[in-house]
Design a protein around this ligand. Structure first.
Ligand code: AMP
Ligand code: ZN
Length: 509
């Protein structure tokens, strides 16, 4: 590959030059959502960050197989403790529905939101319940190699045994003593040999809904084994990139590494990539804390498939009307807001930050429209090719979308000054500038003008008609009419912009 891409690897705790032994093929696995309720904006941030990585890797020439699973079984209420009811099973019980009905309903909403945020669909989106055999086989292999034991119909991973031969805390950087000291002693965990042992397979109690036959009796898989089994199945025993939110490092991903090493003898992943949390007033947004924002509570001007029988109840209810927010925002404004911060930093969600993002996003989209009609000159005042290199440098530095946006706003400045006639640009530089904006704004950052799109073709047609009638009034020196049109439109937050090329319009924020 032409580009030298550096990625921060949680495994080594440093930025490393990305090397894919099977290039141009790259395998990337990202832990997907547990679909017992709607995904929140925090989840969306993580998936958006990986969408950017998927897009950039593809842009620089890799052929990426991107696997993002859906967890539909085995994720317990208190996963760290390995106790509580299955999250989906519980919803199925409460709502008197099939577990698959719960998952289907929220999967529909999840895909719809991912589409609104313009996330590309992953190459494979496997369900844990569709890979029970693979999980059983992996568990059998781990038992055979001596790292797991069966107890009364359940199978547990023997962490202390594993830790004698391997570094169990390789991802978290935590010692076994430290982890043991920070783990609670729990009731009903007598079956386990050690406090850190975790379930690969759980015996199903009589009331448990989701259950399968296994060599150990009827039961269901533990949460962690699904990702190890599906990653191995679709990407191989060792693959390139594995991602998820940072909150998954100490348990879920630590256990994934242990399972894969325990089963196959080698580390499953070359680059572990973790995204930081979206916070609300400094606190992690999470379903268990109850401080979540759902995309539909924030997005505005969107047509959601609320009529669909599988739409989630919350989708039917709300549209940009969360009590904490003064107004709603378009999905692309939210996407832009997220990209302003590097994925490894926390990102606090607030009205002010979204308002600022909306202004920036409109400015960027407006510049792209102006770019289409720029005139060329004999010389260029700015160095476009150096600017293009800076955009690549930003993305090559661990997908730094924040610095990329700063460079794209330099491009916006150039576009506007050339448009004002204060700078000039040659034809070849203008082509390069168009390529740069297309590559980075549309392909890599995945932004599109949804504020305008949501206004729809009808509005555009009506606006063109109004603009034409106003121009005719002015031509007849009927300024009373032309001023009236402008003032009435202003009341609707529509601003008319006159320039040499004609009159354009824009929605004021
Ligand atoms: P879950 O459905 O809770 O298993 O989460 C799905 C993904 O979203 C995981 O990769 C989590 O790490 C991530 N996630 C959960 N909460 C947040 C948050 N507040 N900010 C960013 N990512 C999150
Ligand atoms: Zn996972």
């Amino acid at each position: 590959m032409e580009q030298k891409l550096y990625i921060y690897n949680t495994l080594t705790r440093k930025k490393e030059l990305f090397h894919a032994p099977n290039a141009p093929h790259v395998g990337m696995y990202v832990c997907g959502p547990t679909l017992y309720s709607d995904v929140h904006i925090g989840n969306c941030r993580t998936f958006t960050s990986f969408d950017i990585m998927f897009r950039y890797l593809t842009h620089i020439g890799y052929k990426v197989r991107y696997v993002r699973n859906i967890t539909d079984v085995g994720h317990l209420e208190d996963e760290n403790a390995g106790t509580g009811e299955d999250r989906i099973g519980k919803q199925a019980r409460l709502k008197k529905l099939e577990p698959m009905e719960i998952v289907n309903r929220y999967a529909f909403g999840f895909r719809e939101v991912m589409g609104l945020l313009n996330l590309l669909p992953p190459s494979i989106e496997p369900l844990a319940s569709g890979h029970i055999i693979e999980q059983i086989e992996m568990t059998q292999e781990i038992i055979k190699r001596g790292y797991a034991y069966e107890k009364d119909g359940s199978v547990y991973f023997d962490v202390e045994k594993f830790a004698k031969e391997h570094n169990y805390g390789v991802l978290s950087g935590r010692s076994l003593e430290d982890q043991l000291n920070n783990t609670r002693d729990l009731d009903g965990q007598e079956e386990k040999k050690g406090r850190l042992d975790f379930a690969l397979w759980k015996k199903a109690k009589p009331e448990h809904i989701m259950r399968w036959n296994s060599p150990w009796g009827e039961g269901f898989p533990g949460w962690h084994i699904e990702c190890s089994a599906m990653g191995k199945k679709y990407l191989g025993e060792t693959f390139d990139i594995h991602g998820g939110g940072m909150d998954l490092i100490p348990t879920h991903h630590t256990n994934e590494v242990a399972q894969s090493v325990g089963c196959c003898g080698n580390a499953p992943v070359r680059y572990w990539v973790h995204t930081n949390m979206l916070t609300l007033n400094g606190q992690k947004m999470s379903r268990s804390l109850g401080n979540v924002f759902l995309p539909v509570e924030l997005f505005t001007g969107m047509k959601l498939a609320t009529d669909s029988p599988s739409a989630t109840p919350s989708q039917a209810k709300l549209d940009g009307k969360h009590p904490l927010f003064e107004k709603g925002y378009s999905p692309m404004t939210v996407r832009f807001f997220m990209l302003q911060t590097h994925y490894s930093s926390t990102l606090d969600f607030s009205n002010e930050a979204l308002q600022a993002a909306e202004k920036g996003f409109r400015k960027l989209m407006e510049a792209i429209r102006v770019l289409g009609k720029l005139k060329t000159g004999a010389t260029s005042t700015s160095n476009i090719s150096a600017l293009q290199q800076k955009c690549y440098d930003a993305m090559n530095d661990d997908f730094n979308t924040s610095i990329l946006l700063a460079n794209l706003f330099e491009a916006v400045r150039i576009i506007n000054t050339v448009n004002d006639g204060k700078e000039t640009i040659t034809e070849s530089d203008l082509n390069l500038l168009r390529e740069l904006m297309h590559d980075f704004v549309i392909d890599v950052l995945g932004l599109k003008d949804d504020i305008r799109e949501s206004a729809g073709d009808t509005t555009e047609g009506l606006m063109q008609l109004i603009i034409k009638m106003r121009a005719e009034a002015r031509a007849k020196k009927d300024f009373a009419t032309s001023d009236l049109v402008r003032d009435e439109l202003a009341k609707l937050n529509i601003v008319l912009k006159d320039s040499k090329e004609g009159t354009g319009w824009e929605l004021k924020s």
